[in-house]
Ligand binder design. Structure first.
Ligand SMILES: Cc1cc2nc3c(=O)[nH]c(=O)nc-3n(C[C@H](O)[C@H](O)[C@H](O)COP(=O)(O)O)c2cc1C
Length: 439
């Protein structure tokens, strides 16, 4: 007998979330190398970090000739300061081959018009557009985005409808939404009923309410009802919250009838959680870190972001952990962590990212002079009442310029990634906002 269960059709260039264990959207932690690593270890789909509509709206698209990644770039306004040289930031990076048929672009938005304009910039290069309706951080909610949309369902519905009509249909990709639980099952159900009637193909439920902190255990009492509500409308339901591994995901999907499961924190700490136990399960941190560094070098990931993630992945008990904090370049990272065979490639990327003069290591390890200099710099900077950051930046800007191609804006040889040890991912995706991590 033919099934009578409704099913919103999956567009030709879109993805079906059914049966999928996926990497969650994560500001900072969900940049391209992390996504590629998750895919390598078995993630079926990957969500990119939340990117604010206005950040991507004016971005220029180019293909990096050295690694064929697609880069969306913007020239930063430097907070309107005319005396500062203009900087070019890569806001979003895609590997068209590695992420083919797998990448969902997640957007922060509070306006149907902006959402559509922003989505059109990336639509030809991604396989789905997701609206973040769960971020509880004030920088998101104060602009009416993220979890604030849970309180303005009319607006959220109009955003999703506009995206389905003006982006999903013409580009033939799916539109989805990620929400949190409301206070009562009745409230959640009434919201979900409205959302699944907009033409979306998927809904992710983060099984925590907005005020809940990440460490509080996910609540799953409402999950079965949410799954059923989605299914009644033919929409796939992805569960999220305290899913720790692929095996755990598959068991939970079975238990609650969810179509897919999404992993954030566990994947951030060790992306090999996407391997099943039958495949060997979690890999030792040294293997994961090596794979990660290799990806970062290949795609020219910002070193500040690489270092941030490595700090999470390197075993804190290992001798190298403390030393690693001194790393100022990819060459430093490879030497300190003892991946000598990656050093030649690291040298090339350091040249591109203008990090070569910053290295604090030589073949024998940390240069004593580098440590002395760093200490002295710190002391004199403190004495002069300023941060060492500005000094470093200035020297970078005098540098020879990267091998980078210029963006369409025609700014000659922009001074690429500004700070080796400062992570700007959140601030590039959320311009003029707090660099705090969205959750
Ligand atoms: C570092 C970090 C960054 C996050 N950034 C986002 C984001 O950009 N968009 C989003 O919808 N959720 C974001 N989240 C929330 C996760 O996607 C996920 O919903 C939450 O962590 C619960 O999953 P977990 O229990 O597996 O960690 C972030 C979480 C973390 C830990």
């Amino acid at each position: 007998m033919a099934s009578t269960t409704p099913r919103v059709p999956i567009p030709a260039n879109g993805v079906d979330y059914r049966g999928k264990v996926v990497l969650a959207p994560m500001v900072r932690s969900g940049e391209l190398p992390s996504r590629l690593l998750a895919l390598k270890y078995g993630a079926d789909l990957v969500w990119g970090p939340e990117t604010i509509d206005r950040a991507i709206m004016g971005a220029a698209r180019r293909v990096n000739p050295r690694n064929n990644t697609i880069e969306f770039t913007r020239i930063s306004s430097n907070g309107g300061r005319e005396d500062q040289p203009k900087k070019e930031n890569v806001i979003y990076r895609i590997d068209p081959e590695g992420e083919k048929g797998k990448l969902i672009f997640q957007m922060g938005t509070a306006s149907p018009e902006y959402a559509v304009q922003a989505a059109k910039v990336v639509a030809p290069d991604v396989f789905g557009i997701d609206v973040n309706s769960g971020c509880p951080k004030p920088f998101s909610t104060s602009g009416g985005m993220g979890a604030a949309l849970l309180r303005t369902p009319d607006k959220l519905v109009s955003i999703l409808e506009a995206l389905v009509r003006e982006v999903g249909n013409p580009y033939q990709i799916g539109i989805s939404v990620k929400i949190r639980l409301l206070e009562t099952p009745e409230m959640t159900e009434s919201l979900v009923k409205r959302l699944v009637a907009t033409g979306i193909t998927g809904l992710t439920i983060h099984c925590r309410t907005t005020p809940m902190r990440p460490r509080e255990r996910a609540i799953r009492e409402q999950l079965r009802m949410i799954v059923d509500t989605c299914h009644n409308a033919g929409v796939a339901c992805v569960m999220n919250g305290d899913v720790t591994s692929r095996d755990n995901a598959l068991a939970l999907m079975e238990e609650y009838g969810a179509d897919g499961a999404m992993i954030a924190t566990s994947a951030e700490q060790n992306p090999s959680c996407f391997r099943t136990n039958a495949e060997g399960g979690l890999l030792p941190w040294r293997d994961v870190v090596r794979d990660y560094l290799e990806q970062c070098i290949r795609v020219e990931n910002r070193f500040g972001n690489t270092k941030y993630l490595l700090n999470m992945m390197v075993n804190a008990k290992d001798k190298a952990f403390k030393e690693f904090n001194k790393a100022k370049s990819y060459v430093d990272a490879c030497r300190i962590l003892q991946y000598g065979d990656l050093v030649p490639a690291a040298k090339e990327v350091d040249q591109v990212l203008l990090l070569e003069d910053r290295s604090v290591t030589n073949e024998d390890g940390i240069r004593p002079s580098a440590v002395q200099n760093a200490k002295a710099n710190n002391e004199s900077a403190k004495a002069a009442g300023r941060s060492t950051k500005h000094k470093k930046q200035a020297s970078v800007q005098k540098g020879p310029g990267p091998i980078r191609t210029n963006s369409r804006t025609g700014v000659p040889n922009p001074p690429s990634e500004p700070e080796a040890d400062v992570d700007l991912s959140a601030s590039t995706s959320v311009p003029q906002q707090s660099p705090a991590v969205a959750v």
